[in-house]
Design a binder for this molecule. Sequence first.
Ligand code: NAD
Length: 485
Amino acid sequence: MAENLRNYINGEWVESGTTQYEEVYNPATKEVIALVPLSTKEDVDVAVRAASGAFETWSKVPIPRRAKILFAYQQLLTRDKEELARLVTLENGKSYTEAVGEVQRGIENVEFAVGVPSLMMGDSLSTIATDIEATNYRYPIGVVGGIAPFNFPMMVPCWMFPMAIALGNSFILKPSEKTPLLTRKLVELFTEAGLPKGVFNVVYGAHEVVNGILDHPAVKAISFVGSKPVGEYVFKRGSDNLKRVQALTGAKNHIVVLRDADLDEAVTNIIGSAFGSAGERCMACSVVTVEEAIADEFVARLVEKAQNIKMGNGLDDGVFLGPVIREENLNRTVRYIEKGVEEGATLVCDGRQRMNDEGFFIGPTIFDNVTTEMTIWKDEIFAPVLSIVRVKNLKEAVDTANRSEFANGACIFTSNASAIRYFRENIDAGMLGINLGVPAPMAFFPFSGWKSSFYGTLHANGKDSVDFYTRKKVVTARYTEPTFD
Ligand code: NAD
């Protein structure tokens, strides 16, 4: 029998007050691996009260001591890296190699947060007027809520809670109800590292928990990562309730391939970007905009490579493509493929032929001759489906990409420096890749989507996260001239 998960509140695993539980699947086998509670607003309230109490003491713990706990946490996460990666594959389905990469990226956020003594430092000016000085101090803001998606059960929560907690806040995490298991390990290891109880709490569930966090007067800031419609809703409702909100949302990432590109490099990287993690990455390439002059050759090479991709359970050796997360995602993907055919795109690699009953599997799918009017060009499909748009030149490629409502990442493959500069200056996207396929910034840079890929002002990670999770106090002080006997 699959076990019922419990919330983690005030340092203890406690049962939710709900009677409603949802099944958690291993998407590669369809096996039910746990039951996650759809917790209630009352559960959120209990967690927020615990977090508010813990904030009173945690926010006053000397910053170097907080850094030491983060440092111990980094070591424990590193010690248990393989177990964490296995959990990622088990509940999300991505290949074990990618899961290891994800865990590593999560740990890097903790490493960045260890630098909190320098990151939290304020500024001062010794003389702003005669005998007057000014100093800017940073303080934590209170209880922070984090709402996470299913596609990175380790990395995305690590964009949020390590830095928020290092800066002296307390935290309520609502992981995705589809991937709740790894979170247990995240809290247990933080406790083992010496984090006091109540500082990091987990409330499992879905929209009721989200609403509970959005409406609770004691929650001061909210970090959200997920789809565009939900992100918009979270941003609006959280802002209406006068909270700070950052919402990192959907994507439709374009890769431009020019005629002077190293085609082998381009094809290999695009395969990794479009079909890695089953296309369930906010930085996945979903459209390639290729110059007509090389399009035939490029498409032929891409299709050949895609057809040779090994699909299966991510824990098996050599598997590159795992399943999508749920049956409804699979059905939705099939509907998009049907729509692409209906709207006149050329289906050159049909992933439906590789579907099987063992899990939520669908093979790599490639459409050629896609246009910007087509639904498959416009919508975020979030599955291993790639569109190819043929263009005359770089300008048309950039103009085409800029018509997308999303602007998370964009890449170019070329050996021409002027083209790179033109691309950098003119493309709408917050994270660019030059001759690489997944330009996800490291922890010390902001994760910086534009347009409908982000709502808010301060992004996740980097110095933005320090600003987001702190408030400032500027002290202006007058000192009289000393008298000397
Ligand atoms: P989702 O929006 O369905 O869910 C995200 C979170 O919101 C989950 O915790 C979920 O429980 C909650 N939620 C879902 N529906 C809700 C509702 N009606 N009301 C309140 N809360 C609700 O997203 P997902 O399917 O888990 O993740 C995939 C999406 O996340 C994709 O769109 C992807 O692009 C995006 N994503 C973006 C980034 C980024 O950095 N921009 C990173 C990772 C994922």
